[in-house]
Design a protein around this ligand. Structure first.
Ligand SMILES: O=C1O[C@H](COP(=O)(O)O)[C@@H](O)[C@H](O)[C@H]1O
Length: 237
């Protein structure tokens, strides 16, 4: 199937999509460094972006010592857990030249995810001011993105227009682990937002999200309907 959406780039293979997106990300990070001295890269977890991170880690085009890398979202598990996004990033992106980048993890050992979020909030507000340079999103087949889940009551607060926090906690009812996530406002205040999708199922979900309907029922809609920046979607079978 094909879906007509502006900003949707089709590739014949995952390798080609990863190469093209890694090149684009490297260019945007370099532009950020040239204009401000420091650029930031915000990474999603899940199974989709592993090879993208490996491809990006091979890029010698970026002055990685001037890049701050952090997460779009995290499962509230320690980095020793296979579900940890921090673990994914450390194993696949923070290697070779990219080891020179600074990394801000989300998970902290605290009594609750809410306590973790309070500490993380202070840390991120101290480390980052102004728009995020590059955000890499994924999407679940329920239309969630970051950890803005349709099946989490607290998503409503995480996407509230008046919410000025960088981060939020969500408790998805149909996915494991409490989550830490960047809020909608923080994500939308970015220079470049990319969505990486593989497979027909994700295309079907994207097609459904393109139809009319409540954003809270498919939070990826917040990004599909945002015009500045417009979402750039990289898809391969
Ligand atoms: O739970 C999550 O899922 C989405 C999509 O994951 P995938 O395995 O289908 O690639 C991901 O973007 C998000 O960061 C993650 O927390």
């Amino acid at each position: 199937m094909t879906v007509e959406i502006s900003g949707l780039h089709y590739f014949d293979s995952r390798e080609e999509a990863n190469e093209a997106l890694a090149k684009q990300i490297a260019e945007q990070l370099t532009l950020g460094i040239e204009s401000k001295g420091l650029a930031s890269l915000w990474c999603s977890g899940g199974s989709t972006p592993t090879a993208l991170y490996q491809t990006l880690a091979r890029s010698n085009q970026v002055a990685w010592e001037n890049v701050l890398i952090s997460l779009v979202d995290e499962r509230w598990v320690p980095p020793t857990d296979e579900a940890s996004n921090e673990r994914l990033i450390k194993q696949n992106l923070l290697t070779g030249n990219v080891e020179q980048a600074s990394f801000v993890p989300f998970f902290q050992v605290t009594p609750s995810p809410e306590d973790n979020q309070k500490q993380l909030e202070v840390e991120l507000k101290h480390a980052v001011t102004g728009p995020l340079d590059v955000v890499i999103l994924g999407m679940g087949n329920d239309g969630h993105t970051a950890s803005l889940f349709p099946c989490a009551k607290d998503t409503q607060q995480a996407v509230a227009r008046e919410n000025s926090d960088y981060t939020a906690v969500t408790h998805p009812e149909m996915a494991p682990h409490p989550r830490l996530t960047l809020t909608l406002n923080r994500l939308l205040a970015s220079r470049n937002i990319y969505l990486l999708l593989f497979g027909e199922d994700k295309l079907k979900t994207l097609n459904k999200a393109e139809q009319q309907g409540d954003e809270l029922l498919m939070p990826i809609r917040y990004f599909l309907r945002n015009t500045s920046p417009a979402l750039q979607i990289y898809w391969a079978p």
